[in-house]
Each structure stands twice: as C-alpha cells, then as structure tokens.
Design a protein around this ligand. Structure first.
Ligand code: MCN
Length: 780
C-alpha cells in the first residue's frame, strides 16, 4: 500500500457509510416489541411536591406503566455518588447531593424528572403525562452563580443552607501572597464565563432490553464511556455482576463531553423494561434537550496578576465560583474546573500561583465536562487578564507576552499549579502565528475598515491544555482471524472524531496490515473487554499507544511462528512493512501468512499457544500538554454592534500529527464551539423565577457557516517523549484558545470607541449597548 500510515491526510473511512445514510445512530436502533417512554419534567426551578397522583395516567389508552420516585425507591435501586475527598470551607465534609432517577418530594431545577411514563406509542405516553396530577408548593430559587454563594441566597438543599458544596485549593498561598506583597503592579479583574449546552446534532437516547430468562440487561445508548456506564449501572444502581449488563453504543451524533455516563434515563429504561417485560425506548426530543441534559461552564472569577517593575509576572491569584447545579451526581460534576485549572498560568513563567475554587449548588441543571472542560476557562482567564494588564500598564500586549513566555530552554517546566510541561516551543508558536496572520499589516487593515465605517480588532492568545490523563488506562485488542484479516477492538468510543481512520493508520504503521481488511469495533461491552471511553482528548494518546504496544506483542509472537515456518532462529527474524524476513536472506513470509499459520497446529512449534490476537491496557505516565497560538481578527459595525469574524489563524502543537486532515476537522470544530460561546450561545435562567428561558433554538443561538470565516491551521509539532507515538491530545485544542482569541479581538476593536470590557455572549445588541454606554460616558 502507498501513502497510508501516521502523518498522512487520509479522509475518514466512516464518511462514505455515513454520507450514504448508513449510520446506525441511537434513534435508528429499534427492537421488536419495544414500548416508548416519556419523562415528565419539573416546570419549576424549586418546589415541594405536595402530592402526585398518576392514577388517571395509568388508566389512559396504551399506557403500560407510570413510575414515580417512590416506585423507584421502593424497588431498592441505588444511585451513584461523588467520592472525591473534598471539604466545605468550615472543614465539614463535602455536601454532594446524589441525583435520584426520579425526584420524590422536591424538584430542584426546571427539567428535574418527576415521572416516567411508558406506553405503546410515544403519543400515548405524552398524553398520559398530561393526566398526572402534581401539586407543587413553590419555593424561592437560586440560579445565578455568584449570588447563590452569597449570604441570604435561597438554599437549594435545606441540609446545606449556604449552598457551598465544597472548595478546592491549588498552588502555594503563602508564596503567592508574598509575591503580591512585593509587586510593583497588581492587575485585578472579574470575568464571567457563561453557561452553555453542547447542542450535539443527535439528542440523547436510551433503549433498555431486559431478558428475564437470562436475567440480563442490554442498554443501547449514545454514551461516551460504555464500560463505565456498565460499571455504574451494575455497582451503584442494579447491584448485579457487571457481566449481567451489556452496553452498546453505535454511531454517536456528537458528544462533546456532556454525553457522559450517568444519565438517569439509562437506569429508567432498563428498570422499566424489567418491570414490563418489554424493551423500552426513550428518545430525547430537541425541545427537551436543554431541560434534560447536563450543561457546561458557568463560573465567576476574580483573578489578579502581580508584576514586578520590569513587567515580569511574579504571581497569579484566582478565586473562582463554579456553578455545579442542583446535584453532584458523581465526581464527574466536580472535574470542571477544579481539576483542570492548572493551566490558568498559561505558557508563562509565573513563579507563584494560588487558586481557590468554590463549588456552589444552584437550582439549575448539573454542569459537567464540555469540550475543554475547565481548560478553555483557564486560558480565557489568563489571556484576558494579560490583555487587560497591557492596556492598564500601557504596554504592547504581544511584547508583554513575549517577555513572560516559558522558553524552550526552560522545558521541561513544572508550573506553580502542578502541571508538567514536558515539551513545546511556545515562542515559536507565537512568531509563526503572527507571521501567518500578517500581524504587522493589521494597522493598514484597520485603516481600511475605518474608511468603510467599521471597527477592526485583533486578538492574540497563547493556549495550553492538559490532556490524556494518566489516571485512565485504555484497551486495544488486535485480533487476527484464520484468513489473516484483522479485527481492531478499542475501549474508546468514537463520537465523530474519526477514530476508525486514526487507529487504522497507527495499526498500518506498526503492522503493515491493509486497512481495508481491518474491521474496527468500539462501543460494545460484550465485544470489547475493557475501556474508559472518549473524553479529555485521550483516544489518540492512550488508545493509540495501546495499539502500538499490542502490535509489538503481535510482532513478537509472529516472529516465533515465522522462525518455525522459515526454519530459522526467532532472533534472526526481522519485521518490516508487514513482512517477516530471515536477516540477510530473501526468505520471508507475510504477517498475513503467519496469522493463517497460527491457527494450524501442524504449522506451529510443538506445544505452541496458537492463534494471533493480543491486547494491551496502557496508561500514560503523565498528562500531555498540547499548546498553540490563536490569532483572531474581527470587524464590528458600530451602527448595529454586529461583529464579524474576518480571519482566524491557529498554530498548534499536538506533538506527532497522526492525520493532518482529521486534526484540522477537530481544530475547526473546537474553534467554532468557542466562537459560539463568545458571540451568541447561552443557557439563561431568569433570576427571579429560575425559569429556563433558552430551551429551544428560538432562544438559543448557534453559530452557522455564515458566522465563521476561513480558519488557517498550521502545525508546529514538538513530539512528546511521554508516549510511543509522541502525540498529544487534539480534540479540544481549538476550543481552548478560541474563547479569549475572539473576545480579545472584539475588545481590541472596541477600545478606540471607549469600550474596555465585554461579557459573553457578545451579541450585536450587547456590543451596541456597550458602545452607547461608552458614548454616554464620553459626552458626560
Ligand atoms: N489527532 C491527530 N494527531 C494527534 C491527535 C489527534 O491526528 N496528535 C486527530 C485524530 O484524527 C484523532 C482526533 O484528532 O482521531 C481526536 O483526537 P484526540 O485528541 O485523541 O481526541 P479524542 O478522540 O479522545 O476525542 C475527544 C475530544 C473531546 S474531549 C471532545 S469534548 C470532542 C472532541 O474530541 N467531542 C467531539 N471532538 C469531537 N468531535 C466530534 N465530531 N464530536 C464530538 O462529540
């Protein structure tokens, strides 16, 4: 085969199947005899349930079952809980309320499940839901992040009157305070990061099938971590051996972190299937998704930068309040940003840093990891602060960055918050990006825009993120069959990243097997022995490395079989491009021939363990730190406030690039999600009523093709020595730098008009209002 393997821009194998309508997405999955489920959700932010009467619904046409929280509790089913060792500020243990599948006596956010209705058809289930009589006593609610953590806020839980679930500290407080005490200048700002929803193309779903004869559960669900869903359902909910549960995830129409692993509908469809003796299918409707899903981001930060008289950064201090929503259903709800804030020090040499993060409970949907999961927040904070510092100190913002960047000579670098940057050339990312974006020509372009009555701005930010955590291992299995073709079984779960292609490239590079003869399998806990799934930009680094090590085991075994076939010593067998050759001769067999021989006892050494399949469970020693520089240019119409992206350049370092084409797709997608959050997206709860005001696309704006400009992606790969591929994660890299790049560009454009700050979403109307306020300030 020509030109296949690591580094080649191979179009995705899966595309032709998907483009021809051959995808098997969640809602494509149907089984004979299935019934349909509907979830009745709370219309209130906070209310006591005084009574709930499902009798009329139970008697409605086509209805098979109507279940309440009391029914679920009576059946003795459990729920997962957070186990991270955290405390509250007063030293008491963390208050982490578990999430019931269906509430019992209190609803705590708009969308909280109140009843689960199963009927012969979805229409009958929905009609029956309207017959459930629920008497609510309304309670005051707390939804806003900062306000919910202040004295006097309505308590979400009576057991936790101040709403503070827990806090987490990082860094050295005393050293940081000392740095601030000696600072020549201190720059302080408050930045608010909005709440968003992943808005994947395919809303979630779950189809539960209980087999009474085998006492076995099968869940078809579009989840990101099938094995962890199985583990949770087996250990925390149904309390059965894991082997009694099978999870199957087919094509997943986008996950972005929030199609995690503990959704209550997974439990409900299996439970109802067992009770009814029928498969039960639930499909989230688009209009239900913002109510039913976990949300993301949502924090308020007070951040301070200490500088010495030479404008060198000497300290960084962050006090962040993160909105966790109404429940802490598992550790997952505490990952953001507590565990991911370490890169708030960015790519800069800052000797001392300290972060204090408070997790506040509110009457909102729980928050969870979403593309970047705390790292976009971290880079947004530091990169906005540097722009604000440059403005306040009246110094050049690029120069201020250059002066403080970690140099290649300082790598490997241990940052003050515990992150270990093992590789990277941050200054060259910046210089490459400045050149590619024609930074020097900006003033001329700004003058041209001004001549057309437009404001123009440019944002320059450096990004770095922590990816592919060492706490999660990953599984790869290479299984040859008797004809010498291959099954590749992976514990990760593709959601659109192009795993089939990436993994086949790695496999081809290592074994030389024809990718057209490789069948790729993921997402099935009965077929794949183990897996941690896809999150945190880990699949290439951890799953890909597991393939490398499993391939090495295949080669070792194949050499011994080849030695027998070629009547040579195994030490004399060389492996290259899919052929095993006796060193210094032309005697050779292909790996395919070896695989065929591996199943024929007469062709093996006596007593040899036949067959050719190997697996590997790999865990990296440390996180990788993908990094890069983003430069965004915008134009704003001051008459309407409407912003427009005019250019976007990114130079990325994801280490060894496996596939430049799919990588570009990943970077593009991440940037668009960042642009969306800055310019238009927002989940908004009315502060007085706690009502969710942005539950549909009528109110929740999403970026479209016309919102974007061309994106120039350039690579500056600095391979890591932490894994055999030299790769770093890439799935979130675009998003991590996009938030500050776009926001800094907007503020840069608006600054000459007197606007010094903006909050997200920076919609045309918000920008217009900021311009009006600046005009009013100037003329007063
Ligand atoms: N890649 C590469 N070289 C590297 C690293 C990655 O060529 N050094 C390319 C490969 O094609 C690889 C892809 O980038 O398949 C993504 O690689 P990786 O960084 O390993 O990320 P994961 O596959 O683990 O994906 C997770 C990441 C996350 S955390 C979110 S959120 C996200 C994302 O991927 N969700 C996505 N990208 C998404 N893309 C789609 N279409 N849908 C989602 O839900």
């Amino acid at each position: 085969m020509e030109k296949f393997g690591i580094g080649q821009a191979i179009p995705r194998f899966e595309d032709s199947r998907l483009l021809r309508g051959g995808g098997k997405f969640q809602d494509d999955r149907n089984v004979a005899g299935q019934a349909y489920a509907y979830v009745l959700r709370s219309p209130h932010a906070h209310a006591r349930i005084l009574s709930i009467d499902p009798s009329a619904a139970r008697a409605a046409p086509g209805v098979l079952g109507v279940y309440t929280g009391a029914d679920y509790q009576a059946d003795g089913l459990g729920m997962p809980k957070a186990v991270m060792p955290r405390k509250r500020p007063d030293g008491s243990p963390m208050f982490a309320p578990q999430r019931p599948a269906i509430v019992i006596d209190r609803v705590r956010y708009v969308g909280d499940p109140v009843a689960f209705i199963v009927a012969e058809s979805l229409a009958e289930a929905k009609d029956a839901a309207e017959l459930i009589a629920v008497e609510y006593e309304m309670l005051p609610s707390a939804t806003a992040t900062y306000e919910s953590a202040q004295p006097g806020a309505a308590p979400v839980w009576d057991e936790c009157p101040d709403n503070i679930s827990n806090f987490v500290e990082r860094g050295n407080k005393a050293k940081t305070d000392a740095a601030f005490a000696s600072a020549a200048r201190i720059i302080c700002r408050r930045y608010v990061i909005s709440r968003v929803h992943a808005q994947y193309m395919e809303p979630r779903g779950a189809l539960g099938v209980y087999d009474a004869t085998e006492d076995h559960y099968t869940l078809y669900a579009d989840c990101q971590y099938p094995h962890r869903v199985r583990q949770m359902l087996a250990n925390s909910v149904f309390r059965v051996p894991e082997s009694k549960i099978r999870i199957v995830a087919g094509d997943v129409g986008g996950g972005f972190g929030t199609k995690g692993w503990q959704y209550v509908e997974h439990r409900l469809v299996l439970w109802a299937s067992k009770k009814l003796g029928r498969p039960v299918k639930w499909t989230c409707e688009r209009s239900e998704a913002v109510l039913a899903d976990e949300h993301a981001r949502d924090s308020v930060s007070d951040i301070e930068l200490a500088l010495d008289a030479d404008n060198k950064f000497i300290g960084l201090r962050l006090n962040l309040i993160a909105n966790t929503g109404a429940y802490v259903g598992s550790d997952r709800n505490l990952l953001v940003p507590g565990l991911m804030i370490g890169t708030v020090a960015g790519v800069y040499h800052i000797p001392a840093a300290y972060t204090y993060i408070t997790h506040v409970l509110t009457n909102t949907s729980p928050t969870a990891p979403y593309r970047g999961a705390g790292r976009p927040e971290a880079i947004y904070l530091i990169e906005r602060l540097i722009d604000d510092a440059a403005r306040e100190l009246n110094v050049d913002r690029v120069e201020l960055r250059r002066r403080n960047m970690i140099t290649p000579a300082q790598i490997p670098y241990q940052n003050p918050l515990g992150c270990y940057y093992d590789s990277g050339d941050f200054p060259s990312n910046l210089e490459m990006a400045l050149k590619a974006a024609d930074f020097d020509g900006f003033e001329a372009r700004r003058a041209q825009s001004a001549a057309r009555g437009k404001l123009r701005g440019i944002g320059v930010v450096n990004a770095i993120e922590q990816s592919a955590a060492p706490t999660q291992s990953e599984y790869a299995e290479i299984r040859f069959d008797t004809s010498g073709t291959v099954q590749l079984l992976m514990g990760t779960k593709n959601q659109g990243q192009g795993h089939e292609t990436t993994y086949k490239q790695i496999l081809h590079e290592k074994l030389g097997v024809d990718p057209n003869e490789v069948v790729f399998t993921d997402g099935d806990t009965d077929r794949v022995a183990f897996g941690m799934g896809t999150n945190g930009s880990r699949s290439t680094v951890v799953g890909g490395s597991a393939i490398v090590f499993a391939a090495e085991k295949i080669v070792e075994k194949a050499k011994r079989i080849a030695a027998h076939l070629l009547e040579a010593s195994a030490d004399d067998i060389e492996f290259s491009s899919g052929a095993l050759t006796v060193r210094g001769t032309d005697k050779s067999v292909t790996l395919k021939q070896v695989a065929q021989a591996a199943f024929v006892p007469m062709r093996l050494p006596p007593g040899f363990d036949g067959g050719l399949n190997e697996s590997y469970v790999y865990a990296p020693a440390k996180d990788t730190y993908p990094n890069g520089c983003h430069i965004c240019e915008v134009e704003i119409d001051p008459e309407t406030g409407e912003p427009k992206l005019v250019s976007y350049v990114i130079v990325d370092d994801v280490g060894t690039v496996i596939n430049p084409l799919t990588l570009k797709g990943q970077i593009h997608g991440g940037i668009v999600q960042g642009v969306g959050q800055i310019l238009m997206e927002q989940v908004f709860y009315a502060p007085d009523s706690g009502q969710l005001l942005t539950a549909s696309f009528m109110d929740y704006a999403m970026p479209r093709a016309e919102s974007m400009c061309d994106i120039v992606v350039k690579s500056n790969p600095q391979p890591t020595s932490l894994n055999p591929l030299g790769a770093k994660g890439a799935g979130e890299a675009g998003c991590v730098g996009a938030l500050p790049a776009v926001m800094n560009a907007l503020i840069h454009a608006l600054q000459p008009a007197g606007v010094e700050t903006l909050e997200m979403p920076a919609t045309g109307s918000h920008i217009w209002s900021a311009l009006q306020a600046a005009n009013a300030r100037r003329s007063s």
